[in-house]
Design a binder for this molecule. Structure first.
Ligand SMILES: [Fe+2]
Ligand SMILES: [Fe+2]
Length: 139
């Protein structure tokens, strides 16, 4: 994993936040429009979560064992988002609980992305920097 990977993940976050804002700004009655935005959100989250679960998190866990607890917490946060996404995927957009469920998804994922950006990515960058320095000068 490179610093570039972190840049790519950050770009994903930006696009996800943009879609969240579009949903929040859509009117109460914009059911069809909001359904499309939610499809897009689900698509973005699915790709992003896959990359983190299968590539980034295992790599961080291997290289930086001191971040293990953060990795495990992140897997649980992804799991909560997956549950909400699965429920939304099977729900009619005019269902009474649709907007409320999307709002909770947005709150959860925003919290998670904030933590990754403010806490985790800097630690990964610093840790990998150290590790790479070590490899250059072993011992
Ligand atoms: Fe994540
Ligand atoms: Fe992320």
């Amino acid at each position: 994993m490179s610093t570039n990977a972190i840049v790519l993940l950050r770009n994903d976050h930006q696009e996800i936040r943009r879609q969240f804002k579009r949903f929040e700004q859509a009117g109460d009655n914009a059911t069809a429009g909001k359904a499309k935005i939610v499809d897009k959100i689900i698509e973005l989250l699915t790709v992003h979560t896959y990359l983190e679960n299968e590539v980034m998190y295992p790599e961080v866990r291997r290289l930086l064992p001191e971040l293990e607890d953060d990795v495990l917490e992140s897997y649980e946060e992804h799991h909560v988002a997956d549950v909400l996404v699965a429920e939304l995927a099977g729900m009619e957009p005019d269902a009474e609980r649709f907007d409320a469920k999307v709002t909770v998804l947005i709150e959860n994922v925003t919290h998670h992305m904030d933590e990754e950006e403010q806490d985790w990515f800097p630690q990964v960058r610093a840790g990998l920097g150290r590790k790479q320095l070590k490899e250059l000068a072993p011992g």
